[in-house]
Every structure is written in structure tokens, then in C-alpha cells.
Design a protein around this ligand. Structure first.
Ligand SMILES: Nc1ncnc2c1ncn2[C@@H]1O[C@H](COP(=O)(O)OP(=O)(O)OP(=O)(O)O)[C@@H](O)[C@H]1O
Ligand SMILES: [Mg+2]
Length: 502
């Protein structure tokens, strides 16, 4: 059987930035009706390859073919006109505009005299929103939507034309399970129409569920293409990072000290109620539950971003009142938030300054931290977290998505808080660095820090936690030690199947 003509093909693409050869002779193709995964570590060159395809970056060398016709891509608009559309890793929506305006930006339907045909715009948008099964409307302001819903708008943008190929760059990074189901339906639908799909993701389960082939990049070089049905996670991981990974349970145990943080009867309106838990020095306490279970809101309350409606918080045995993040940081509590993009990165500043930027004024060692000390901090966390950048002078905006996340994580870790709360610590992080971050969390605990890890990934909570709090719908259902927890009893607890255990 001869292979069908690919909908798109890249040949020998080279792209250099100052100090980085981001792509080093990469070839790649997508067939009609195929979902082709593009995988590789943070900074491997995935997004850059797709930006070359989309005309955002001009390649130094190499060729692009659409249905075997050579093309020179000069802009995303041109790519779209040729039937290649993108859902980018960084959302590029205009907050002040409505959903409809964002989806049809640059191609608003017009009446004669050049006026926007609003009726047509809303009707077309409604048709797209219906496919996406979302609850917001065409007239909603994008800035009022959750990140997950904004991602759905970004996906909606791709559906305004009949595309030949659609590129998804980490589309599920902030989607809930329900939204993922919709996304996979959209992808299956496109596939059945013969559209070729490029799917960039660090999530192995997804890649194995929906893709036909997997191509791997490493340090800007093409490492090979595997047929999904004939390979396994281990083989893909080895190709990506050159070694296998041990993703077993947490077996390491160390001495624990006194209780560092305790909450009793903590409630915040309808978000969560009557929450009790304690975390000791030297302990990692995992919070597991479905999106919406209230885990992030508990963290935000402890960090002073929300006011509790009832209950107490104790730090080292003393009751405290935390009115703001400034209070929290002063008392030794740090929160690495779930939405790291929105919080705390200045893209136009360099890596070092972003990492050592005092999160809250006057909060760190004072104004006299020397340049040298800052560079040393940066170097230390660059090594620990394997941040890929030519040096501390690089602007954070030029780092790959995953490496930007590592800068934020490094910033909070470098503050060495007594109590560290991390919300979804490895979202958007490649498998190799994921296990580095897990050992870093274990190390922090071993050094006597109290750590709370919120995660939606079961292997992650099982891997890092000494104890696990299972939440369902704003309530703590059960607490497990790492010896008693099983995948089954954990799933039962977070789906509200088991009764609340007092
Ligand atoms: N505009 C730019 N200027 C300088 N360097 C850049 C620029 N864009 C990307 N790079 C560098 O190119 C390399 C590849 O980055 P890219 O964003 O393609 O990685 P990625 O595979 O998408 O990673 P991630 O999984 O973290 O999203 C990185 O070293 C990055 O820092
Ligand atoms: Mg990327």
C-alpha cells in the first residue's frame, strides 16, 4: 500500500535564535485523517517548528509543502488561507472583546458599506459554540471567562474555516476532564473529514489514546517517528530524554517534626466547608480531587487571597489570621499558583530577575541582594529544574512554555518557605523534568519543610505524598496514609461514592 499524499510536510527545517539552534534539520509530515503527536522535552523545539509552519518564524533552511505544493509561509493569516490553523500554547485572545469577536477576529462578516454584520457573526459563533458544548455565549467578554473556557474559544477560532490541517499545541493543559472529552470529539470529527492533526502534548495517556503516530524531537533534532499502536510510554520516554523513568510510589521516608500548619473547620461560602487537616514539618500532604472539588480555593484561602467564612488556621500551634498574600509570605507560607502564566512572570524581563524578583515588596532578604547572589540563585535552580536557556540574560518571553513555568516554580522554591503549597506543579512540564520536580518536592520535605501538593494527576499524588486528602464537592471525604491508599479507594473517595469518613 502506498502512503497517501501528506496534507503537510516539513523538510530539513533549521531555525536558530541567538545562542540557540532551536531546530536542526527537522522533517515531519501529517497524512489526511491522521492525528500525529509531536513530543519532546521542554525546549525541544515543538512550538518553534509549528511557528515556522505558521509563518511566525522564517526558517534559516528547509522547505514546507502543503499537499506536496512547496509554499513559503509568511504569516498565520496566509497559513489559514492555505488551510493550516493553529491553537497556540500561549493564548492570544483579546480580553476586552467578546467571544464572537475573538473567534472571527480579522475576518468579521461584513454587510455592504463595510459594516459588521452582527447577526451573522453571532449566528456563526453560536454554531461553533454548540459544537464545543460550552455554557458561555457569543457575547461574553473573553476576559470574564476561566482559562479553560478561554482555551475553548481559542479552539473555536480554528473552526471558522474548513481546515486541511489543525495544529494543537498543548490544548489540554488547563482543560477539565469534561472539556477534554469535547475536545477529543472535535478532533475525531475533524479526523473523519480527512483533516490532518498535529497534537503537541506532554500527557502520555492522551497521546496514546488519540494519536496514530508519534514523532519525537530532542534538542532541536528529529529523533524518529513511532506508530502509536506498536510502541509504549517507555520507548517514547527513552527517545525523548534518553533514559527510562521510575514513576512508582513514594517509598522514601524521613523523620517528621511538629505540625507546621493546621486548619480546623475551615469554610469559604459554597466553595468548601468544614475542612480539617494538618501537615507536619518534613511531610508532603497531597490533595486529590476532581476540578471544582475546592482544592485550589482552600490553598487560596490559606494564602490570604480569600476570606474564610468560618474556621481557624494555626501555624506552628498558634492561631493566625491571614488577610493577604503579604501576610502569608511574612508568616512563611508560599503558594505556587495553578495559573502560572497570569501570576508573576514578566515576559520582557530576563530569567534571573524573574526568578529573584521579590514576589511581594520587601519580602525577601531586602534590597541588598547582590547581582552575584542573584545569579547564583538562578544557576542553582536552573540546574535543579533543568531550565533550558542560553543564560540568565535571556528574556523569559523567549523561553519555551515549560521552561517559563520552571522559572516560576524556581522563584517560589528559592524563597524557602516553612509551608509551601504547590498547585498542579507539573502542568505543561515534560516527563523528565516532572520526575525532577517530584524529587525536589521530596527533598524539600526531607529538609524539614511542610509541603502541600494539589494535583489532578493520580500518579503524581501517589508518587510524592506521605498522606493524601481526598476531596469531593467542597468537602474532605477521606484522608489516606501512603500505605493504605489504593487507586480504587482514592477514585471512590473523590467521586463521592464513599460516605465521608470522619
Ligand atoms: N523568540 C525566541 N528567541 C530566542 N529563543 C527562542 C525563541 N523562541 C524559542 N526559543 C528557544 O528555542 C528553543 C525551543 O523552544 P520551543 O518553544 O520550540 O520548545 P517546546 O518544545 O515547545 O517546549 P515546551 O514543551 O516547553 O513548550 C528553546 O531553547 C527556546 O528558548
Ligand atoms: Mg512549546
Amino acid at each position: 500500500m502506498t502512503d497517501p499524499t501528506p496534507v503537510l510536510r516539513l523538510e530539513g527545517i533549521v531555525k536558530s535564535f541567538p545562542g540557540v539552534r532551536a531546530l536542526d534539520g527537522v522533517s515531519f509530515d501529517v497524512r489526511p485523517g491522521e492525528v500525529h503527536a509531536l513530543m519532546g522535552e521542554n525546549g525541544a523545539g515543538k512550538s518553534t517548528l509549528m511557528k515556522v509552519l505558521g509563518g511566525i518564524h522564517a526558517p534559516n533552511e528547509g522547505k514546507i509543502f502543503i499537499a506536496e505544493e512547496p509554499v513559503v509561509m509568511t504569516s498565520p493569516m496566509q497559513a489559514k488561507a492555505k488551510g493550516v490553523v493553529f491553537i497556540h500554547q500561549e493564548l492570544s485572545l483579546a480580553d476586552e472583546l467578546t467571544v464572537a469577536e475573538n473567534i472571527f477576529l480579522g475576518e468579521l462578516p461584513l454587510k455592504s458599506f463595510g459594516r459588521v454584520d452582527w447577526a451573522k457573526l453571532y449566528a456563526r459563533t453560536d454554531a461553533i459554540l454548540k459544537k464545543l458544548n460550552v455554557r458561555f455565549t457569543a457575547k461574553t467578554r473573553v476576559g470574564d471567562l476561566s482559562i479553560a473556557n478561554q482555551q475553548m474559544v481559542e479552539i473555536g477560532r480554528a473552526l471558522t474555516v474548513s481546515p486541511r490541517a489543525v495544529i494543537f499545541d498543548e490544548p489540554t493543559a488547563s482543560l477539565t476532564d469534561a472539556e477534554k472529552v469535547v475536545l477529543f470529539d472535535v478532533i475525531a470529527d475533524l479526523q473523519s473529514q480527512g483533516v490532518g492533526i498535529v497534537y503537541i502534548s506532554h500527557r502520555m495517556e492522551e497521546v496514546f489514546k488519540i494519536t496514530d503516530r508519534i514523532s519525537v524531537l530532542r534538542d532541536g533534532q528529529y529523533r524518529g517517528t513511532l506508530i502509536t499502536a506498536d510502541t509504549d510510554e517507555d520507548e517514547v520516554t527513552k527517545l525523548m530524554i534518553g533514559r527510562s523513568l521510575d514513576l512508582s510510589r513514594n517509598e522514601s521516608h524521613h523523620e517528621m517534626g511538629d505540625v507546621a500548619l493546621e486548619v480546623r473547620g475551615l469554610s469559604c461560602g459554597t466553595l468548601f466547608q468544614d475542612v480539617d487537616f494538618a501537615v507536619r514539618k518534613g511531610e508532603v500532604l497531597g490533595f486529590y480531587g476532581l476540578v471544582g472539588a475546592g482544592r485550589t480555593e482552600i490553598a487560596e484561602t490559606i494564602f490570604g487571597l480569600r476570606n474564610p467564612t468560618a474556621g481557624q488556621i494555626y501555624l506552628n500551634g498558634r492561631e493566625v489570621r491571614i488577610h493577604s498574600p503579604i501576610d502569608a509570605v511574612r508568616m512563611g507560607i508560599s503558594l505556587v499558583p495553578e495559573d502560572r502564566k497570569g501570576q508573576g512572570l514578566v515576559l520582557s524581563m530576563n530569567c534571573r530577575d524573574n526568578m529573584t524578583l521579590p514576589q511581594v515588596d520587601d519580602m525577601t532578604a531586602g534590597p541588598f541582594v547582590s547581582d552575584g547572589a542573584e545569579i547564583a540563585i538562578f544557576d542553582q535552580y536552573r540546574d535543579k529544574l533543568d531550565i533550558r536557556t542560553p543564560g540568565w540574560r535571556q528574556l523569559v518571553g523567549n523561553l519555551s512554555g515549560g521552561n517559563q513555568q520552571k522559572i516560576v516554580i524556581g522563584k517560589w522554591l528559592s524563597m524557602r518557605p516553612d509551608v509551601l503549597i504547590v498547585d498542579e506543579p507539573t502542568r505543561g512540564i515534560d516527563v523528565g523534568s516532572k520526575s525532577e520536580i517530584h524529587s525536589l518536592i521530596r527533598d524539600l520535605a526531607a529538609q524539614g519543610f511542610a509541603v502541600i501538593v494539589i494535583s489532578s494527576e493520580m500518579p503524581e499524588v501517589l508518587h510524592v505524598s506521605d498522606r493524601i486528602v481526598a476531596m469531593y464537592s467542597g468537602k474532605v471525604m477521606r484522608e489516606f496514609t501512603s500505605e493504605e491508599v489504593t487507586e480504587d479507594n482514592l477514585i471512590q473517595a473523590i467521586s463521592g461514592i464513599t460516605e465521608k469518613v470522619a
